[in-house]
Design a protein around this ligand. Structure first.
Ligand code: NAD
Length: 428
């Protein structure tokens, strides 16, 4: 099928490249000129494992191309995806201006029956509003479908190709058939629902996962008081299939471009409809407190932060991505610096985006060991694989002191202590 994907971010580019590799003819559109130029050269503007290969292969087989002009490709498109950002507004509501701008453009350029598929995470009613905007300038036949995306950065290609489910929200049988045909080579469960239900399913899923994280973080905080080990508690809980073992890793709270904004947006949607979603208020509060608990642990242990040299491993909001949006590291590092600490940091992929978010006084180093020189403490924000395998003798040779604050419970406490490290983690 002839497919257009509007927005070449983490979701749009993965969608476009994967659909091309499944045999569709795909054009990806973006308004960001430098991004389109880079993509035309086969360069991926962000880090996502396995994506570069399928983009390169799909360009070579002429099934994937890039343009700045939606108008140019609209007449040949059978399906148009909307995969632009829906960032949070200060009150928590999603900012839908980018989605609506694409809808306007589709309305001005559509000339035959086309299925518009919205992949951006949007509040209930957005698909209906997109349809209304298009019909202001076009009175022919078209359908707008909600098809929320559940991929995770870091494993986005696999998640797209082998999804747990594909949720399709539309009342149009004609559009349903086309969407099923589009995804026919993906073997998974299809959930056919109305668009409001599909839109709500995405928020409910992310809010539930965030709730699990805040729940285990509170359990960790109680574990610290009573002398239990949260990692073992989580293991015991996860053995119950009704609970499941995923998303039970205690740490410094969730960040990233989705959970914080989607939880806040769902709370706003509820409030806007006269419902106070009390549970989500706590999920947000616990998540916010969790990073400051970690910060306090560092500050209290080191007595004063003034003039302390702190080494940081991991800046991105999670491993296997370069995404720094709402990364916990940024806020905590800022506070550490305000209290007089001198920070050097290393991240395997996030340094380019981190440079724009951290103050100029943070020294970014070329590897994990050079970051440690003369450090009073090592702080771990992200559980990258390369931090699992550590030569602790080398670490202690570089550092001035032996404090390690691990926000992701990466190491076995007795192992690391036997290496002479003064170790602090979460809920153990
Ligand atoms: P992103 O910020 O990485 O990419 C958005 C892209 O859209 C940018 O390249 C931007 O230039 C482009 N854009 C904006 N307006 C445009 C326009 N009028 N025409 C063409 N391009 C335009 O965003 P993302 O992380 O890919 O997220 C996109 C949506 O998918 C969001 O609603 C997000 O919540 C949702 N989502 C994201 C993830 C994720 O892990 N990132 C997962 C599931 C769902």
């Amino acid at each position: 099928m002839n497919v257009t994907v509007v927005g070449t971010g983490y979701v749009g580019l993965v969608t476009g490249a994967c659909l091309a590799s499944l045999g569709h003819s795909v054009v990806c559109v973006d308004i960001d000129e430098s991004k389109i130029e880079r993509l035309k050269r086969g360069e991926i503007p962000f880090y996502e494992p396995d994506l570069a290969e399928i983009v390169k292969d799909s360009i070579e087989s002429e099934r994937l191309s890039f343009t700045l002009s939606l108008r140019e490709v609209m007449k040949d498109s059978e399906v148009v995806f909307i995969a632009v950002g829906t960032p949070p507004q200060p009150n928590g509501a999603s900012d839908l201006q980018y989605v609506y701008a694409v809808a306007e453009e589709i309305g001005n350029t559509i000339s035959k029956y086309t299925v518009i598929i919205n992949k951006s995470t949007v509040p209930v009613g957005t698909v209906a509003e997109v349809a209304r905007i298009i019909s202001k300038s076009y009175n022919g036949d078209f359908d707008v479908v909600s098809n929320p995306e559940f991929l995770r950065e870091g494993s986005a290609v696999k998640d797209f190709m082998e999804p747990d489910r594909i949720v399709v929200g539309t009342d149009s049988m004609k559009a349903q058939k086309i969407v099923k045909q589009l995804y026919s080579s993906i073997d998974t469960n299809f959930l056919m629902v109305d668009s409001a239900t599909a839109e709500m399913t995405k928020y409910a899923s992310n809010a539930f996962l965030a709730t699990k994280i805040s729940f285990i973080n509170e359990i960790a905080n109680v574990c610290e008081e009573v002398g239990a080990d949260v990692t073992k508690v989580a293991e015991g809980m996860g053995m119950d299939p009704r609970i499941g073992k995923s998303f039970l890793n205690a740490g410094i709270g969730y960040g990233g471009s989705c959970f914080p904004k989607d939880v806040r947006a769902l709370r706003f949607i509820a409030k806007d409809n006269n419902y106070d979603f009390k549970l989500l208020r706590s999920v947000i509060e616990v998540n916010n407190d969790q990073k400051w608990r970690f910060y306090s642990k560092i500050k209290e242990t080191l007595t004063s932060l003034k003039g302390k040299k702190l080494a940081v491993w991991g800046l991105t909001f999670k491993p296997n991505t370069d995404d720094m949006r709402e990364a916990v590291s940024v806020e905590v590092i800022k506070k550490l610096e305000q209290e007089g600490a001198v920070v050097s940091a290393y991240d395997p992929e996030g340094m380019e985006f981190a440079r724009n978010l951290l103050s100029k006084s943070v020294t970014l180093t070329k590897d994990k060991y050079s970051c440690l020189e003369n450090a009073d403490a090592l702080i771990i924000f992200t559980e990258w694989n390369e931090f699992k395998d550590v030569d602790w003798t080398k670490v202690l040779e570089s550092m001035k002191s032996n404090y390690v604050f691990d926000g992701r419970n990466m190491y076995d406490p007795s192992d690391i202590k036997s290496n002479g490290i003064n170790y602090f983690s979460i809920g153990r």
